[in-house]
Design a protein around this ligand. Structure first.
Ligand code: ADP
Ligand code: MG
Length: 240
């Protein structure tokens, strides 16, 4: 795995005169598990979509390993995103759903099969490859969605509230599994959540976002012990 660095420099994005991202600067280390934490409407999903290349920012620069988005035609291939609403195809098996991630790649049948098998093992779904999504638990479905993204072999993994559809005990279990997998793969990961305890217990570092502005970036301990603003103190202090 080629571990890459992700940089956002003074990113700005507005809808009309509503500023959604206001000068966001981040420097995410190769292999880091980085959380974007903030309340609903703070701009987390927008920022993730900009990093994915789905949304165009109006000012600032975005770089992977020093190469800027607009100079990098292969950007979409280097970045993989798992959406909050990970709709799986109900009429396709687990294996076919995962292979769907490769539909636009020009690969041989043999290579597709090999990659799908490998990634199903990584997420521990090898034994369920021929099941339908409706025969799986919520956590297993979530792992299929993750596998569908991982099979494209992205260098940056973007997760938009991937656990929020799960009930609380499953969420905690999946959080640990996700972290274990991320450590094993060593893939630079940006994880969006509005859940303080989720970010505090898993991330290497956290950026706290409010109204499109990064309030503070730091390790969970640093944020907890030395909040830079009253907002961070309040938000990080109220664990649920
Ligand atoms: P979060 O993921 O943190 O909940 P979002 O990035 O979804 O926040 O949204 C940030 C802000 O941008 C919100 O105020 C939202 O209403 C606004 N917004 C998001 N998408 C659009 C859009 N397509 N047009 C106008 N405003 C938008
Ligand atoms: Mg969101």
């Amino acid at each position: 795995m080629n571990r890459v660095n992700v940089k956002c420099e003074d990113l700005q994005l507005s809808y009309g005169n509503v500023v959604v991202l206001d000068g966001v600067t981040l420097d995410i280390a190769p292999g880091e598990f980085f959380a974007l934490l903030g309340p609903s409407g703070s701009g987390k999903s927008t920022l993730l979509r900009v990093i994915a290349g789905f949304l165009q920012h109006q000012k600032g620069r975005l770089l992977i390993d020093g190469r800027e988005l607009r100079d990098e035609p292969a950007w979409a291939r280097r970045v993989g995103m798992v959406f909050q609403n990970y709709a799986l195809w109900p009429h396709l098996s687990v294996r076919e759903n995962v292979a769907f991630g490769l539909v636009e790649r020009r690969l041989s049948r043999k290579e597709i099969d090999a990659r799908v098998s490998e990634v199903l093992e990584q997420v521990e779904l090898g034994g369920l490859a021929h099941r339908s999504p409706h025969q799986l638990s919520g956590g297993q479905q979530q792992r299929v969605a993750l596998a569908r993204t991982l099979v494209t072999q992205p260098q940056v993994l973007l997760l938009d509230e991937p656990l929020s559809n799960l009930d609380r005990s499953l969420r905690i279990q999946m959080r640990q599994e996700l972290l274990k997998l991320q450590r094993r793969l060593g893939i630079t990961t940006i994880f969006v959540t509005h859940d303080q305890s989720e970010a505090m217990t898993s991330a290497d570092r956290i950026a706290v976002l409010d109204k499109g502005v990064v309030q503070q970036i730091g390790t969970p301990i640093a944020l907890y012990d030395y909040p830079a603003t009253p907002f961070v103190a309040r938000f990080v202090g109220t664990m649920n």
